[in-house]
Design a protein around this ligand. Structure first.
Ligand code: AMP
Length: 307
């Protein structure tokens, strides 16, 4: 089994109440692939500029991420995002978005990337997401993320892309914005009516909610006392979730989806302890499994004694 992801590959400038970084490795596809890489083979698709150097490739390679489909554009500059968080760490304020090499990128996937079982269209221009979706005809599960930036500027294209995937993972505020529906239950139903079987609403420090035909499930976030930078939380959540589903042979029934959400939350909890990918770079699978087991025990409501 293997996962292919397309999304931003970036340098980020981030400021939170706990510190700042002027230029760190980031991007939705980078956070996603580092997280998914703990579960199996991951291939990342997207362009970078001359400023994306050996040190950045090394972070991906050390986590087993295949970078053959990263296209280096001579003379180009890598996608750049600057954002800021205040004490409510759930909402990023975008200060700058420079698409750079994404401006005229036309993805051409290798046979190996096309043959993936699991596809994640991480946050990036929805036309590009759709071009990749069309090249990966044989996948078992295709999922997508997006954000306000694309809802505002490319809404129709985003709706078309959503119609071609099995699963949507988006922030709850962005699901409401996309569907112009303030009630989250109705917003999830409206997205499911376009085509996807599964909708997962990410709710920052409050966790995530799952909507399928058969049911509803809500999971809190892992209770952390130290959160320094939420950048990458959503993508590492998606990476843990999709990586786990891929490792289960693409099974996406409700029980497997619930476990996948717990893995996603576990991954995200490590990400936010430090800036960008800094914690992820030292993370091990043993640490992930240990926290996952602890999280499972904390949230096992079946084991609450009857009164
Ligand atoms: P999240 O996991 O939701 O915190 O996403 C964080 C990543 O999203 C950052 O590393 C940014 O580089 C990336 N990002 C920010 N804005 C955009 C955008 N408009 N399109 C694609 N990626 C973005």
């Amino acid at each position: 089994m293997s996962v292919t992801v397309v999304g931003s590959i970036a340098f980020d400038a981030v400021k939170t109440p706990f510190g700042e970084r002027e230029r760190m490795l980031g991007g939705s596809a980078v956070h996603f692939s580092l997280a998914a890489g703990f579960f199996g083979d991951v291939r990342v698709v997207g362009p970078v500029g001359d400023d994306f150097g050996d040190a950045e490739y090394a972070v991906l390679h050390e986590h087993g991420v295949n970078t053959d489909d990263i296209e280096r554009v001579p003379g180009g500059r890598t996608f750049f995002w600057a954002g800021e968080y205040e004490y409510d760490l759930n909402t990023a304020r975008t200060l700058d978005t420079q698409l750079n090499v994404f401006g005229d990128f036309a993805p051409k996937l290798s046979d190996a990337s096309r043959a993936a079982d699991t596809l994640f269209l991480a946050n990036i221009q929805p036309d590009l997401q759709r071009e990749v979706r069309e090249q990966c005809g044989g996948v078992q599960i295709a999922a997508l993320d997006s954000m306000n930036f694309w809802i505002e500027s490319t809404r129709d294209s985003l709706l078309k892309t959503i119609a071609g995937v099995d699963m949507v993972l988006m922030n709850d505020a962005e699901l409401r914005m996309l569907t112009e529906e303030p009630n989250l239950v109705k917003a999830a139903a409206a997205v499911r009516a376009i085509g996807p079987r599964v909708v997962i609403a990410k709710q920052g420090e409050y966790g995530a909610a799952l909507f399928t035909e058969d049911g509803f499930f809500a999971l809190p976030a892992y209770p952390l006392e130290t959160v320094r930078d939420p950048t990458g939380a959503g993508d590492s959540f998606a990476g843990g979730l999709m990586g786990y589903l891929d490792s289960q042979g693409g099974n996406a029934d409700d029980a497997t989806l619930r476990r996948a959400m717990a893995y996603g939350s576990t991954l995200a909890s490590f990400w936010v302890e430090e800036f960008g990918c800094e914690r992820a770079e030292r993370l091990t699978r043993d640490e992930i499994d240990e926290r996952y087991e602890q999280f499972k025990r904390m949230t096992a409501i079946e084991s609450v004694p009857a009164t």
